[in-house]
Design a protein around this ligand. Structure first.
Ligand SMILES: Cc1cc2nc3c(=O)[nH]c(=O)nc-3n(C[C@H](O)[C@H](O)[C@H](O)COP(=O)(O)OP(=O)(O)OC[C@H]3O[C@@H](n4cnc5c(N)ncnc54)[C@H](O)[C@@H]3O)c2cc1C
Length: 407
């Protein structure tokens, strides 16, 4: 039988990924609005002790948000792995860029956590919030935006009515599409292969990345001698490695990754993800606003997708918390004015790092590496890397010119 009830809330968040759920948690904590989260997928279930495929780095700003919203109570610390050192370079100069949290008087830059564990912790936090309604297996299909409210329909025929739609529905955002917001996109013709492994020795607390002509290889250290390896390459090469036996893949890793990885005891899981860059031309429209990957998708080599999405959450909450009407145009514009240029600078900075280390000719790469080591050139790159690690905006934009045009 078709459900004829109308879903009604002050704010409807479309998409219950990490950004959408964190948005609901922050709004529930800081405002009096009623909130509904719709997600087309099933509700996240409890996660057992097994390492999950996807892992995310959370910087200190993201951790502060999660603590403030009460999410950390549902995230046991044994599943969080601190990282206090970042290194990036090429085979010839593996530590061309290296930063320690101690350099800026921090104990750590952030933590690594499995996406599913974080999403489940967010979901549990929201289940205890009386002003939040969580609806899973519900896909947004249409919207009609009026001056003072928005009507919409789900795929299953249910109707919705609200004063603000927050599009948090990821890179292929239907909310962005229905809001008539175009985007600049770039397909890198690369995929990220994630290989979760158990090592014979603990990987420690350093995350490193080595740039090679076919793409970077990276290590994210995890708990219990586990690590997530990220291997960027063409879709054809990734497909080949996806179908290798565990022994053959172990041998391929030993050949491609630097010796510092140590010995891989077991391959635990593998998966592949396309790599793209996307930036919405604007984030705000009539009674509709975008956050997270719906607004911007960044190359994952910088490990910043979730962190940027959570920075959107903080900025949008600040823009809305003094408002009686959550869809007020001036509040949405304020959010856009704050976040769009910051995200554009991050996207451009990561793009420049990508170019710097993947220049087509080896002699150019050597020049880039030598350039990085000289103190004057190091300063803007270092500032940029530090802002990635801490989640603080750059104090000067000198290091990364903006490719996009501000709306
Ligand atoms: C290989 C790889 C490694 C990465 N590593 C890192 C890292 O270390 N650190 C980091 O910060 N980021 C990392 N990222 C990026 C990060 O994973 C993403 O930026 C982040 O998951 C985006 O979260 P989101 O909530 O905005 O979108 P999503 O996770 O895409 O969530 C969107 C949600 O919307 C739902 N949805 C979609 N369409 C509809 C609809 N029509 N109606 C209702 N619901 C809908 C989906 O079911 C989904 O739950 C990585 C990405 C990749 C590919």
């Amino acid at each position: 039988m078709t459900d004829t009830s109308t879903i009604t809330s002050d704010i409807i968040i479309v998409g219950g990924g990490i950004a959408g759920l964190a948005m609901a948690a922050r709004l529930a904590h800081r405002t009096a609005f009623t909130i509904t989260v719709l997600d087309s997928d099933r509700a996240p279930g409890p996660v057992d002790e097994t390492l999950q495929l996807r892992t995310t780095s959370l910087n200190s700003a993201a951790l502060d948000l999660l603590k403030d919203a009460g999410v950390m109570a549902h995230l046991p610390t044994r599943f969080l792995t601190d990282f206090d050192r970042l290194e990036a370079g090429s085979r010839e100069a593996p530590e061309a860029l290296s930063f320690s949290a101690a350099d800026i008087d921090l104990d750590r830059f952030g933590v690594f956590v499995e996406n599913d564990r974080l999403r489940h912790a967010l979901w549990q936090t929201l289940e205890a919030q009386p002003r939040v309604t969580l609806i899973s297996e519900a896909r947004l299909s249409s919207l009609q935006r009026h001056d003072d409210h928005v009507d919409g329909l789900l795929d299953d025929g249910r109707a919705l009515t609200t004063r603000l739609i927050i599009g948090a529905d990821g890179a292929r955002s239907q909310a962005r599409h229905l809001g008539g917001i175009s985007s600049q996109q770039r397909d890198y013709a690369q995929e990220a292969m994630i290989i979760n492994v158990r090592l014979t020795e603990s990987p420690g607390h350093t995350t490193w990345q080595i740039f090679t002509p076919s793409g970077p290889v990276a290590l994210l250290p995890l708990h219990d001698r586990q690590a997530s390896l990220i291997w960027y390459d063409s879709p054809g090469q990734v497909q080949k490695r996806m179908s290798m036996s565990d022994d053959a893949l172990r041998a391929a890793i030993a050949e491609a990754f630097p010796a510092r990885l140590g010995s891989v005891e077991a391959i635990l899981e593998r998966g592949r993800f396309p790599i793209r860059r996307l930036h919405a031309q604007r984030y705000a429209g009539k009674r509709l606003v975008l956050i997270g990957d719906a607004a911007h998708v960044i190359h994952p080599m910088a490990g910043q997708g979730v962190n940027l999405g959570l920075a959107d959450v903080v900025a949008l909450t600040e823009a809305l918390e003094q408002e009686s009407d959550p869809g007020a145009g001036h509040a949405l514009s304020r959010y856009q004015r704050r976040q769009w240029p910051r995200n554009a600078a991050m996207l451009a900075g990561v793009e420049q790092l990508h170019h710097l280390f993947t220049l087509p000719f080896a002699p150019l790469r050597h020049l880039a590496e030598r350039g990085l080591k000289s103190a004057d050139r190091m300063a803007p790159v270092k500032r940029f890397m530090m802002s990635l690690a801490t989640g603080q905006p750059m104090t000067s934009g000198k290091g990364c010119k903006d490719h996009d045009t501000q709306p």
